[in-house]
Design a protein around this ligand. Structure first.
Ligand code: SF4
Length: 214
């Protein structure tokens, strides 16, 4: 990467950080277990719909043992309003049992163990590693994928390819929150159909050829 390109990318993250120094995702959780469950529930569902269901679920099942005791039917009753609730109820029950059986009831802090849990793929593992444990990972969802392409950070055709490119180009000093800055930017400004380029703080540094500035 050229020094100029390095400076451009660094400037973009500096501006995003200035605007929002401590970004947080929209999922509501109190500990790594709740985050893990919320992330599993959020697959192909909105964070808003997950946040509506989880307070009552976590009230009744605040830890893996209580979740196992609640049973698949009990979990299902709490998450009926969320897409794919049947499968998700089974996965949350099974992953809670595995946390008890294999990890002394704790959420593991490494990718292979996280990805070995039912319903937990690479993206979910990245979210948990980054958000719960502060590891320099970057989960590529639809927003991050789009923003990375528009800003010229990545050209990869798959989320994993984009993730690998981002790990190369995002300056280390911004890795802790890069995931959230890009998600929030994609969700609220650099929207899929109608990016709000006129209101975009980093418009000057964006290479997207179809910017909409008027
Ligand atoms: S200028 Fe437009 S396309 Fe570029 S990052 Fe901002 S909102 Fe997205």
């Amino acid at each position: 990467m050229s020094p100029k390109e390095k400076r451009r990318i660094s400037t973009i993250f500096r501006i995003l950080k200035q605007d929002n120094p401590e970004p947080r995702g929209d999922l509501v959780f109190k500990n790594p277990f709740e985050l893990l469950v919320a992330v599993v529930l959020s697959a192909q569902a909105t964070d808003v719909s997950v946040n509506k269901a989880t307070p009552a679920l976590f009230e009744q099942a605040p830890d893996p043992q209580a979740m196992v005791d609640l049973g698949i039917d009990g979990i299902r009753e709490h998450i009926r309003s969320i897409g794919l609730f049947n499968n998700k109820a089974k996965n949350i029950h099974a992953l809670s049992q595995e946390l008890l059986d294999r990890f002394a009831g704790e959420v593991p802090q490494n990718r292979p163990d996280l990805e070995s849990l039912p319903g937990v793929g690479r993206k979910s593992a990245n979210v948990v590693l980054n958000v719960a444990f502060g590891q320099p990972t970057l989960a590529v969802d639809t927003h991050v994928f789009r923003v990375a392409h528009r800003l010229g950070f990545a050209t990869g055709k798959t989320p994993t390819a984009v993730e690998k490119q981002l790990l190369q180009v995002v300056p280390k000093t911004y890795m802790d929150h890069a995931h959230h800055w890009m998600i929030l930017h994609g969700r609220y400004i650099c929207k899929a159909r109608k990016p709000e380029c006129a209101a975009c703080l980093i418009e000057r540094y964006c290479t997207f050829t179809e910017k909409k500035t008027s």
